[in-house]
Design a binder for this molecule. Sequence first.
Ligand SMILES: N[C@@H](CCC(=O)N[C@@H](CS)C(=O)NCC(=O)O)C(=O)O
Length: 289
Amino acid sequence: MSDNQYQPPKVWTWEPNANGGPFANINRPVSGSTHEKDLPVGKHPLQLYSLGTPNGQKVTIMLEELLAAGVSEAEYDAWLIRIGEGDQFSSGFVDVNPNSKIPALRDHATTPPTRVFESGAILLYLAEKFGHFLPKDPAGRTETLNWLFWLQGSAPFLGGGFGHFYHYAPVKIEYAINRFTMEAKRQLDVLEQQLGRHTFIAGEEYSIADMAIWPWYGNIVLGNAYEAAEFLDADSYKNVLRWAKAVAARPAVQRGRIVNRAVGPLNEQLRERHDAADFDTQTEDKRQA
Ligand SMILES: N[C@@H](CCC(=O)N[C@@H](CS)C(=O)NCC(=O)O)C(=O)O
């Protein structure tokens, strides 16, 4: 246990950049825009403003799955939002998501255009709009939404809790790492039990629940998130690993996971996507865009 001398004052005050962590320059205690700038609009009805983090990957995987299922109306433009540089605080972005977080979608097929924010809401919107990846029977639909909402409530403990204190925080705090590792492993065991009984998260059908959960827990057990797999003993979650590999092998997942990605190997970055052919014609220029 660390010997922490910090005593909170009676009223907290904001000191910009005080904690020195990697997000210090973008975190603020207020909402709203910092600068005037419109968002670009491309040729397709669906305009996505995002970054290839796990929350962003959920939506690009869904869009690629819809296209693979033959839904040509799901063609989309995916614009890069550089959250490290504050793009999420432009007036245009705040207009599509007042919470200033990626991913955010605007559907120009409706009049007026429909804004959709929160990755879970975007998955549900697309599933309902196009009639795919959400079972139609009430029991199957409810079970799928159970797991979609489970993910939206659970992932912040994995990313903002475990990932933050284990990997990103400028100091290693044993209390925080223990607390969130315990919770991350408990959540992995919830998935392990469920995937021991079913092929996919919500049953025998691949659904938006898998697309929401894979970018977080699938990436973790597959070793795609810093050194977390070894620390969490990912190999012991056999059913989660079996499922994570099966989902990763889907061509639409392989495409969706690299859209708006701006870190990692260059052949796994398609920073902007405006056409299906962009995957084949990736050039150095586009990757560096
Ligand atoms: N609950 C939100 C979380 C979205 C979120 O946390 N996005 C992060 C990137 S993964 C972000 O945009 N952060 C920018 C910021 O905090 O300023 C969702 O599921 O859409």
